[in-house]
Every structure is written in C-alpha cells, then in structure tokens.
Ligand binder design. Structure first.
Ligand code: AMP
Length: 417
C-alpha cells in the first residue's frame, strides 16, 4: 500500500475496537490512581530541550540519540518529550513549597526516534505517577505496590519485578570510579560501545546485553558493594516493606536504568508474554536539581502498548469493553428513516448508544453497517411498524428477534447504560 496515507514510521493511528480498549484501560487507570491520592497533571508535549537535558543527563542514550530535538521558528531549542518525569518535575519546581509533597499522574504520548521494531515505537504512550517528597523506603515500596496493583486492575498477572539501588547522589561518583577501576583490566573484552561508555556513562556497561560484557560485569563487584551502609540499608528497608505488602521483587545487580536523575531504588517490570522488548514498566527514585531547588520524588511509567500487547497475548480483554454502538436503527423506506432519526435522538438523550444510516439503503446494507459498528441489537422499522407503533428488536449476537410495542420498549430501557 502506498505510504501517502500512512502515519510516520513507528507511529500509529488508533481507531475502532482498538481505541475502545485504550479508553477502557485509561478509565481503569484514572479510577485506581485516584484511590491512591494521585491527581492528573497534563503538561505540554513540547518543552525547552533544556528541561530534558538537565534532568535526564546529557550523556544518556535518550538525550544523545533518541530525542526529537529541533529549533522552532524563533530559534529556540525545543524537544518532543521522550518521557514524562522531566515535565512533571518542571511543573513542581514552578509551585511553592507545597508542590514538594504533591502526587501527580500523567498519561499520554512520548516520542523517541529509535529504530522501529516489534514493541518499539517512535510515538508510544505511557501512564506514569510521581510522588514527591524526601527519600523514604516506604514511599518507594508503596509506589512499586501501586504499579503492581494497577497492572492487576487491568487484568495482568505474572509480572516479574527486578529491583536494585543506585545509592545516594553523593555516592555516584565513587561508585562510577570503583566500577571503572574494576572494569579496566577487562576493557579489551568489552563491546565497542561499552569501551566508550566506560568513560562517559559506566553504569551502562553493567546493563549491556552483549554476552561478553555480561560475563565481565558478573566477574566484578556489584554496584551495591561500593555503596555506604546507609544506602545498602535503604534497599533492605524497601525489600522488607514490599514483603509486608505481599509484593515479590528480586534483587538484580545488573539493573541500572539509563537516566542520570535516579538515586536509591530503581526497578523494572517484565512479562514473559512479551518478546525481546519485554519491559512493561520501569521506575525509580530521583533527585533533580531545578535552579536552587532539589526536587525529590519516586515514580514509574508503564508502557500502554506493551500492556495491551501482553493482555492480548494472554487472551484477556476488559470486562467493560464496549461495542461502538449498542443499537443500530434500521429503516425500511423514507418515512421510517425520518421517524428513526427522531427516535435516535430520543435514545441518545436517554443515554443509549445508537447509530443509523442516513441514506435510504437496503436492509442487507444496513445490517452490514450494524455489524461493522459492533452493534448488539438492530431496531427495525418499516411502514407497517410505524403505523402500528411497533418495533422489531433483533438480538444480533443470538440472531433472535421479537416485535415490541415501541412505547413500552422505551419505558423498559430507561437509563439502561
Ligand atoms: P522507560 O522510560 O524507557 O523506562 O520506559 C518505560 C516503559 O515505556 C517501558 O517499560 C516500556 O513499556 C515503554 N516504552 C519505552 N520505550 C518504548 C518504545 N520505544 N516503544 C514502546 N514502548 C516503550
């Protein structure tokens, strides 16, 4: 098919039943996140590039290779957001002291100019939360538990949680130095990227997926070994709180998460139903410098496409997934069409979802359309039914039909949905 009418590579149009699944997923998220005291924050999709450079770190892959960064007509450096946290943190910095205790969630599109492949889009969608406040192991554990709860509310089971610690901010340099000297004797065995990363962003060597790099990483001391007792105890407290909350999480020394803003707890959720790109969600605690303020918080982001793909792979849908139109009005002749147009307005005002064909068409053509819109019932009227004040109600799933008095049908379907 010609590309002329296709969206850009790595981006999708969403329509039909697919968009209904998205709406069902979003509705559940709004409800569940409110239970935990989060309110929605909608930040702009475009931000000054500096917002991301400052918080994610300028040596990170997202910033160096993946950001859609450009100059606007006024020569300002701006970027499409590659993730949600930086914008939320910028907003919190604009608030007074009370902002430093706030709890926000967001949902919407993120943009990364990566090589498109299965499970990796250039425009993808995340639902994320940010809970602001000083480092506190209980807050981290609650955030992870919320994430698991949300996935369960969507019907997802069997997620694996891997967790690690990056330690406090003031220990990062010491950890990087320690890892660098431990890696130095093995430098020649590392992949080309990692040889470069050793100087720029040594943590990325630890989570490199190359087998040779993995063997080297396993042979050197873990990040945890370079951390203070306080930071090690912080991780222990998180794990203990998770145990009390009944959440299973496995310590993984190789988990680092790519961005500079993280400190202490980092984690990732995966699901075996996904292929190579098996990460469903990731999160962590962070500290971002905004002018004179340090903004501390903990948060996560769930990949919506990946959640839906996992549900599909597990043959699961949402119980409140809707048909497009519950009723489809079928008109046999011009008089019936005009009367049905009035009836359709009446039904909609009662809160019933219905549609109808506005041209005079054959019964067969109208039934085809009813099926296309996923209608559960056809309401059929021709001249005879009009005269008699009747309507034929056809259950399209079970192919049953009955003739009813229109007024009594309307009374019994008051406020049905
Ligand atoms: P990250 O911000 O990279 O930790 O991503 C959080 C979650 O967003 C991941 O676990 C994925 O579920 C999802 N995600 C990240 N990048 C992409 C992408 N390019 N395409 C689809 N989903 C993505």
């Amino acid at each position: 098919m010609s590309n002329e009418f296709q969206p850009l590579q790595g981006m999708n149009d969403l329509s039909g039943t697919e968009v209904l699944r998205w709406q069902a997923l979003e509705t559940i998220a709004h409800k569940q996140l409110a239970f935990f005291g989060f309110t929605e924050l909608r930040t702009p999709i475009l931000e000054r590039s500096e917002v991301f450079l400052r918080s994610l770190g300028d040596a990170t892959d997202v910033v160096q290779k993946e950001m859609y960064a450009f100059e606007d007509r006024g020569g300002r450096a701006i970027s499409l957001r590659p993730e949600g946290t930086a914008g939320v943190v910028r907003h919190v910095a604009s608030l007074g002291e009370e902002g430093l205790q706030s709890k926000f969630y967001y949902m919407g599109p993120m943009f990364r100019c990566e090589r498109p492949q299965a499970g990796r889009k250039r425009q993808f969608h995340q639902i994320g939360v940010e809970a602001f406040g000083e480092p506190n192991p209980l807050a981290d554990a609650e955030c992870i538990a919320l994430q698991v709860h949300l996935l369960e509310a969507w019907g997802l089971e069997g997620v694996s949680i891997r967790i690690n610690t990056r330690g406090a901010k003031d220990e990062h340099e010491h950890v990087s130095e320690g890892l660098r000297s431990a890696l130095e004797p093995h430098k020649n065995k590392l992949c080309e990227d990692c040889q470069r990363r050793m100087n720029e962003n040594v943590l990325r060597v630890i989570d490199c997926k190359n087998e040779r790099c993995k063997t080297v990483s396993q042979s050197i001391p873990a990040m945890l070994d370079f951390l203070s007792e306080t930071s090690q105890a912080y991780l222990k407290d998180v794990l203990e709180a998770l145990r009390q909350l009944g959440v299973n999480a496995e310590y993984d020394a190789t988990l680092v998460r790519g961005l500079d803003y993280y400190e202490h707890t980092v984690w990732e959720l995966t699901h075996s139903a996904l292929g190579a790109q098996n990460a469903l969600a990731g999160g962590g605690r962070y500290a971002v410098q905004m002018g004179k303020k340090t903004i501390n918080g903990v948060g996560f982001a769930v990949g919506v496409e990946r959640v839906l793909a996992t549900l599909e792979a597990s043959n699961k849908g949402f119980s409140d997934e809707m048909e497009h139109q519950r009723y489809w009005l079928v008109s046999l002749g011009e008089d019936a069409l005009k009367a049905n147009m009035v009836l359709a307005m009446q039904l909609r005002k009662k809160g019933l979802r219905c549609g109808l064909e506005l041209n005079v068409k054959s019964m067969k053509a109208q039934m085809r359309k009813a099926a296309r819109f996923g209608a559960a019932y056809a309401l059929i009227r021709g001249d005879n039914e009009l005269k008699a004040g009747q309507i034929i109600v056809k259950n399209l799933k079970e192919s049953l039909q009955e003739e009813c008095d229109l007024q009594s049908w309307l009374r019994t379907h008051e406020g049905e949905e």
